[in-house]
Design a binder for this molecule. Structure first.
Ligand SMILES: [Cu+2]
Length: 381
């Protein structure tokens, strides 16, 4: 008996009747875009049709079992093959019924929904490019010249169970994507390495980010708020650590945010102009690039995290030959957390961050790296 009780309690716990019950949803998240509304509508419609059919057929079966039972003297017939007109009818009628059901009752609403999902260009007011990377997202507003990366911000201690987990555990990032409310946004998605998938449940959108392809979707969010999602295509060991966070704000707030992103040179797509920079200029710009892209691992002190991320303060690379240093940043180190920044940062940003690393903390090489030098090494590669 004790075993049975344990089993029942175990099943209940697994179903979420325990502490996780609060997070358990039976239905869709509250829809906030036309696509999400439409998807929920189609789902509800199909659910009603499917349930009606299910109970209709079940009732017919139960009725037939009950009325045609042996104890009432029913005798089974023994014919084989479609010999009578009635049997042809019994074969063709369900076939016709299924055709009408699939193509008409399900097909037409589904067709309209899919047509609407794919209408990415009409009336789009803003374009956002979303690029998947192992293991973070990169966002770009090409027309506005704004580009930045968005990485998991949950502290390692929480992941390692050394600290209590906060409310948005694994669903929080350093730089969320910010979008204006009520505007149709056309998203273009691709990937720099493997297939990822950008998914925000409340938007009703999930689209694979495929290397070498551009794929599209759109969203027009009708309620301000913070929306969270995840990468939903198994993309490697940190697949669970590349969440999506979108802040939907008023147009004024959005414009202010965009302006602040533009002002931060680290975030701009083209970076500074190509004219040669002085040491001070390059170092100042590089410090911002470092703060936006490198600080999480190598730390503001340049000391890294012993055992995980190497110190750059006094490192052989950061004080040795310049070319090797630039190449390390351009190409990364295969199979380590040090990814290739060549595709993510502009030549000017890379030049500046390398200059910074060579002249920050205890490093005093006096070297100034220019964007042209980075471009040259990129070509040679
Ligand atoms: Cu991914």
């Amino acid at each position: 008996m004790q075993g049975v009780k344990k089993l029942v309690l175990g099943v209940f716990a697994a179903l979420g009747f325990g502490s996780s019950w609060a997070a358990y949803n039976w239905s869709f998240p509250t829809p906030v875009t036309p696509i999400a509304h439409e998807t929920l509508h189609v789902h509800n419609l199909f659910m009603v049709i499917a349930l009606t059919l299910f109970f209709g057929v079940l009732a017919l079966m139960l009725y037939s079992f009950w009325t045609h039972r042996k104890s009432r003297g029913q005798v089974a017939s023994t014919f084989t093959g479609p010999t009578t007109r009635k049997q042809w009818l019994f074969t063709l009628a369900p076939f016709a019924f299924l055709l009408i059901l699939d193509y008409g009752v399900f097909g037409i609403p589904a067709f309209h929904a899919v047509k609407m999902y794919e209408n990415t260009k009409e009336d789009a007011e803003l374009v956002v490019k979303v690029t998947g990377n192992q293991w973070f997202w990169q966002y770009e507003f090409p027309a506005q010249g704004v580009k930045f990366t968005s990485r998991l911000s949950t502290p390692r201690e929480q992941i390692l169970n050394q600290a209590p987990k906060d409310e948005h555990y694994l669903l929080e990032v350093d730089n969320p994507l910010v979008l204006p409310v009520g505007k149709k946004i056309r998203f273009i998605t691709t990937s720099n390495d493997v297939i990822h998938s950008w998914w925000v449940p409340a938007f009703g959108v999930k689209r694979d980010a495929v290397p070498g392809f551009l794929r599209e979707f759109w969203a027009k969010v009708d309620t301000e708020g913070t929306y969270r999602g995840q990468c939903s295509e198994l993309c490697g060991k940190e697949h669970g650590f590349m969440p999506v966070v979108v802040n939907v704000v008023s147009e004024q707030e959005f414009n202010a945010w965009l302006a602040s992103k533009k002002a931060a040179p680290a975030a701009t797509a083209a970076g500074a102009s190509d004219k040669p920079l002085t040491l001070d200029e390059a170092r100042a710009h590089g410090e911002k690039v470092f703060a936006a892209n490198c600080v999480a691992c190598h730390q503001a002190t340049g000391k890294g995290i012993p055992g995980s991320f190497p110190a750059l303060d006094g490192s052989k690379v950061a004080t040795g030959p310049v070319d090797v240093h630039i190449q390390t940043v351009l190409n990364g180190r295969p199979n380590t957390a040090m990814v290739a920044f060549g595709k993510m940062l502009s030549d000017a940003d890379i030049a500046a961050v390398v200059t910074y690393e060579r002249n920050a903390w205890g490093n005093k090489t006096g070297d100034v790296v220019q964007a042209a030098k980075v471009a040259e090494l990129k070509k040679a590669h």
